[in-house]
Design a protein around this ligand. Structure first.
Ligand code: PMP
Ligand code: GLN
Length: 395
């Protein structure tokens, strides 16, 4: 008989990560492939971004730009382009000291939390929250404190009193996300001003995930860093994946004060060191596309939002029409269902469509149970086909 080795005497996966399992996006995309379903689960476009930007990446590869380790903070061309991009919001950042290029927004989130949190620090996040938030808070030894966005009158709302009472002496930072995945909420000027006031009053840092900044259909995107007292305490996160429809390139960035950028870089340098060399040059060009590109992307997705939201309503779902992002959250109770997990696992078999159960984005799983998210960053004909299939559910 062989003696158990030391590593068999306890679970291989450490306690910090044990609760997370495989991400819902991997599970649901695999289900879409294995069942041949239309994938409205994981949020990625089914057409690539602008041809000239693809060509810019090819050119960079061929010209040998970025094929070896780029500089740790990112290539100067991209840092300058990111700084110039923030000027559209009236924010001036020094490309040399106040911009850091990351391996997608995912690494920006991870590096920010790993660098800024001490074990036991509390992090307030809007629930439902993007899944990597919980995992990264856990990896950093922090404690997540969800503040729940609540649905009524067809949209989700932030309760500012709840946010205020969630702050304790142990709160280190607020991890904000606007436009918000999965609910599509775009925080208003008044809400952001209240968050800013609270952060200043309680001396909190804010990590603000603004990856959907250009996907706003109703209202406007206002960076939190532009509010009084916020520039020096906010790490703002952006991503080329969402803005230019190249999710596989994994080019993201942060803008923040020199102290915050240096702090986040302390963690980032040991995660990936650097990434995506040639793509960084291409994204630098993308950020300088004319305004027509950004409004065109928004208008295209607005039409797709309307198509899918209308179709889902006709199919019997209660629809929370998103003001931003490329996701629409629905309530499945009008269809006589209340378990989003079971519903999403059965959906490919029932009608050949894949969606995401919002419960995975909740600590209070019961509160998220009847909600299901559909992505609309797909071709019109694909969305129409999906709607036809979804209509068979109530038939
Ligand atoms: N934040 C949010 C809110 C997201 O939805 C996503 C996923 N697309 C990310 C961050 C990660 O972005 P990236 O693909 O650039 O890592
Ligand atoms: N952000 C994408 C979504 O919410 C998924 C990205 C991922 O798979 N990590 O669908």
């Amino acid at each position: 008989m062989t003696r158990p080795t030391a590593h068999r005497q306890r679970p291989l996966l450490n306690r910090r990560l044990a609760e997370f399992g495989t991400t819902i996006f991997a599970e649901m995309s695999a289900l879409a492939v294995s069942t041949g379903s239309i994938n409205l689960g994981q949020g990625f476009p089914d057409t690539d971004g602008p041809e000239e930007i693809r060509e810019a990446a090819v050119r960079a590869l061929r010209d040998g730009r970025g094929n070896q380790y780029p500089p740790g903070p990112g290539v100067p061309e991209l840092r300058a382009a990111v700084a110039d991009h923030q000027r559209r919001y009236g924010l001036a950042y020094d490309p040399d000291t106040e911009v850091l290029v990351t391996a997608g927004a995912t690494e920006a989130i991870a590096a920010s939390l790993l660098a800024l949190l001490e074990p036991g620090d509390e992090v307030i996040a809007l629930e439902p929250y993007y899944d990597s938030y919980a995992a990264c808070i856990a990896m950093a030894g922090g404690t997540r404190v969800p503040v729940t966005l609540r649905p009524h009158d067809g949209t989700y709302h932030l309760d500012l009193d709840e946010l205020r009472t969630a702050v304790t002496p142990r709160t280190r930072l607020i991890l904000l996300n606007t436009p918000h995945n999965p609910t599509g909420t775009v925080l208003t000027r008044e809400e952001l001003a209240a968050v800013a006031e609270l952060a200043v009053e309680r001396d909190l840092l804010v990590v603000c995930d603004e990856v959907y900044e250009h996907l706003v259909f109703d209202g406007e995107h206002i960076p939190l860093a532009s509010f009084p007292g916020m520039r020096e305490r906010t790490v703002t996160i952006g991503s080329a994946g969402k803005t230019f429809s190249f999710t596989g390139w994994k080019v993201g960035w942060i803008t923040a004060s020199p102290e915050l950028v240096t702090t986040v870089r302390s963690a980032k340098q040991f995660l990936t060191y650097v990434s995506a060399g040639p793509f960084q040059y291409a994204v630098a060009e993308a950020l300088r596309l004319p305004d027509a590109y950004f409004t065109g992307l928004r208008d295209d997705l607005r039409a797709k939002r309307d198509l899918l939201s209308g179709g889902l309503a006709e199919a019997g779902f209660e629809v929370y029409r998103p003001a931003g992002t490329y996701f629409v959250t629905t309530d499945i109770r009008p269809l006589g269902e209340d378990d989003g997990f079971a519903f999403c696992r059965a959906l490919p078999e029932r009608c050949g469509v894949v969606a995401i159960p919002n419960a995975v984005f909740y600590d209070h799983r019961d509160q998220g149970a009847p909600f299901v998210r559909f992505a609309f960053c797909k071709r019109i004909e694909v969305l129409k086909d999906a709607v036809t299939r979804l209509k068979t559910l109530s038939g």
